[in-house]
Design a protein around this ligand. Structure first.
Ligand code: PEP
Ligand code: MN
Length: 268
């Protein structure tokens, strides 16, 4: 595999990505949290308040949603991004949201601090080229069936476009297992650390699809050396318009954050 730009050039070659006053890839474990989809003002503001209070660093929320079924809720679009930006500004949290289409990169970049490329678009090379020209950090999720090589070469596309502020995100891959939504491949954490200079975030929400597995797998990810985690949380997961079964309730999120704070002391 030919990596020219994102490859690790020396033992200490670790790229730190600065987002507002948050460093991704530095000594702090970074928690990104928020709803799968932005559903309305009250939902995103109450979630942002929870994220801030518990010590989360980045607010997530989907506005352009890549749903498996065309009949599922597709997200609030630009209106959702406006709400996300407002909530982030109010609680002083940088925000991240997915961009699905080359035609929307410019507009999404106006609202977010980090552009997310979703698993389903990991090999959308036009989109990778487009975010490679953007002047915002990009979080590249691993494709549903992508090998490490596919994934790292996709990251190399973004870097080749001129944007080296790339965060990798492991979110589980398709295997024969059906008990979990995906199989969270934590072995990629040390692999990515050995091969590249980029930070890696693990998403145990999409990685497992099951709320009760999120905290244990988040802890395992951090123990494996991940720079942080991304988790879905919702004020009332039973009523969530997407991904309720994998979304943490607020008290669970507070428990998770206590565990992260404990791990911060012994890791890094
Ligand atoms: C998401 O994080 O909102 C999402 C849709 O995840 P993925 O692309 O990993 O399925
Ligand atoms: Mn989701």
């Amino acid at each position: 595999m030919e990596l020219r730009l994102i490859n690790k050039k020396g033992y200490n070659d670790n790229r730190i990505i600065q987002v507002g006053d948050v460093e991704i890839g530095g000594s702090q474990l970074v928690v990104m949290a928020g709803p799968c989809a932005i559903e309305g003002k009250e939902q995103i503001f109450s979630t942002a308040e929870m994220v801030k209070k518990a010590g989360g660093k980045i607010l997530r929320g989907g506005a352009f949603k890549p749903r498996t079924s065309p009949y599922s809720f597709q997200g609030l679009g630009e209106e959702g991004l406006e709400l996300l930006k407002e909530a982030g500004a109010y609680y002083q949290l940088p925000v991240i949201s997915e961009v699905m289409d080359t035609r929307e990169v410019e507009v999404v970049a106006q609202y977010v601090d980090i552009l997310q490329i979703g698993a389903r678009n990991m090999q959308n090379y036009s989109l990778l080229r487009e975010v490679g020209r953007a002047n915002k950090p990009v979080m590249l999720k691993r494709g549903l069936s992508a090998t490490v090589e596919d994934w790292l070469l996709a990251a190399e596309y973004i870097a080749a476009g001129g944007n080296q502020d790339i965060i990798l995100c492991e979110r589980g891959i398709r295997t024969f297992e059906t008990y979990t939504r995906n199989t969270l491949d934590l072995s990629v954490v040390p692999i990515v650390k050995n091969l590249t200079s980029l930070p890696i975030i693990v998403d145990p929400s999409h990685g497992t699809g099951r709320r009760e597995l999120v905290i244990p797998m988040a802890k395992a990810a951090l123990a494996a050396g991940a720079d942080g985690i991304m988790v879905e949380i919702h004020p009332n997961p039973c009523e969530a318009l997407s991904d309720g079964p994998q979304s943490l309730e607020f008290p669970d999120f507070e428990d998770l954050m206590m565990e992260v704070h404990k791990l911060q002391e012994v890791l890094k």
